[in-house]
Structures are given as C-alpha cells and as structure tokens.
Write a new protein. Structure first.
Length: 244
C-alpha cells in the first residue's frame, strides 16, 4: 500500500471516530516523515559497489554523507607511500568492516536493503584480503621448514664426513687404494647426499668430493666456516679439504 492510500485510510479512520484528531495528526506526521526518508534513501547496492572498487578513496562514505570518514580514508591512502603502505592496509580493513556493519547513511536513514549482494561483496573482499595473507603465511612456513631441513641435512652430512675422516686418519689405511666412507664406518648414508664418497691423501690433508641432491644444500655447505676445513666447488658439488 502506497503513502497516499495510507493517508486516505487514516482519514477514514478519523471520520469514523476510531482516531482522534490528535492521533490522526501524529500518525500523518509520522507517515510523511517516513515518506520523506524513503525518497532520500540511499542504495545499499551503490554503496557496496563504491566500497568494493573505490573504498580506499572513501567514495562510499561520500555517497552516504559521511564526509569526515571519507576524507580520513582518502588522506590515509594518499599518505600510504610515506607510511610503507601500512595505512592503505588499515583502510582496506576499515572498508571491509564498513561493508559488514554500515546499514544507515549519515542522517540515520536506513539504506535500501540488498542482503544477498552484501554477502557476495563481503566474501569477495574477504578472499581478496585474506587469501594473499594466507599465501604469504604458507610460503613463510614452507620456506622456514625447507631452511630447517637443509640445516639438519647439512649438519648430518658434515658429521658423517668428519666421522669418516677421523677413522681414515687414525686407522692404518692405505690411500693407494681409495677407501669409500662406507668402508671406514658403519654409519648410514645421510639424506642429502646422492651417493657415498671417498677420501684421498693430498699430502697436506684429506680431500673428497661430496655430491649433493640439490644446489641449495651444496651452497649452504660451501658457505659454512669451519676451522681446518676448506669448502669449494660449484652447482651441487662440494670439494672438501681437511687439514691434518
């Protein structure tokens, strides 16, 4: 029923004596006020579209008359390069919250409802904000795990090599015949090595070549600083010299 029909209904109720003149005037004012608010009612659809595409500029707040919030968001966005873009991220979170909670304009007039569209935009914004964060978080975890595993493999390989070198120097081993590490000790071949290795007497120390499973692990070993040990090589090869 439209507002004109509502007024006619109220007038009929007054004529029939159901409503007093005072009650009629009060409900008439309420009805006219409601009609005025409806005519000036902003659209939730427009608000959400503006927030989704131009929220970082505060345009959606300008649309509903919240000029102060809109100006603050605009200033924070413009200053973001000077603030390492932290303020821009804060604005994105702010806009996301507004898309969830704001249902009235600056005058307190309810926005025309669009519940399904609101849910769609909220999901889209949530995915656009939190998926990259989860991606970075996941990459960080995987990177940390890989680094920790390489550290563990490196230490295991070096322990294996030192054990073999110790046995090679203390046993009466003839270096005329190359001695594989597995022949000098009963330790199992550690992860990270693509195969066993042997020592040979260089005259000033024991030398060997380690063949690693990947170049990253080989580089990690080559850059390690150990007294009395020289590391060199390239790609997945590590040349090791252990001084006597």
């Amino acid at each position: 029923m439209n507002k004109l029909e509502d007024l006619e209904r109220l007038a009929n109720l007054q004529k029939k004596g159901i409503l007093s003149k005072e009650e009629f005037e009060e409900q008439k004012k309420s009805l006219l006020k409601s009609q005025k608010e409806t005519l000036g009612q902003k659209s939730t659809t427009v608000y959400l579209i503006l927030a989704f595409f131009f929220g970082f500029l505060g345009v959606h707040n300008f649309y509903i008359g919240s000029w102060v919030k809109g100006v603050i968001q605009l200033i924070l966005t413009l200053l973001s390069p000077l603030l390492l873009f932290i303020s821009l991220f804060a604005v994105f979170i702010w806009v996301f919250v507004e898309m969830i909670v704001v249902k009235k304009d600056a005058k307190g007039i309810p926005l025309k409802p669009a519940p399904i569209l609101r849910i769609v935009f909220i999901v889209l914004v949530a995915l656009s904000i939190f998926l990259p964060m989860m991606g970075v978080f996941t990459i960080g975890i995987m990177s940390g795990y890989t680094s920790a595993m390489n550290e563990y493999k490196m230490n295991t390989i070096l322990d294996y090599m030192y054990s073999c070198a110790y046995v090679a120097q203390t046993k009466e081993t003839s270096f005329e015949r190359t001695a594989m590490c597995s022949e000098l000790t009963d330790l199992e071949l550690p992860d990270g090595l693509s195969g066993d290795f042997s020592f040979y007497d260089a005259g000033y120390g024991l030398r060997t070549i380690l063949i690693l499973d990947n170049e990253e692990l080989a580089e990690k070993i080559r850059t390690k600083v150990v007294d009395g040990v020289q590391f060199s090589g390239s790609e997945n090869l590590v040349y090791v010299t252990l001084s006597y």
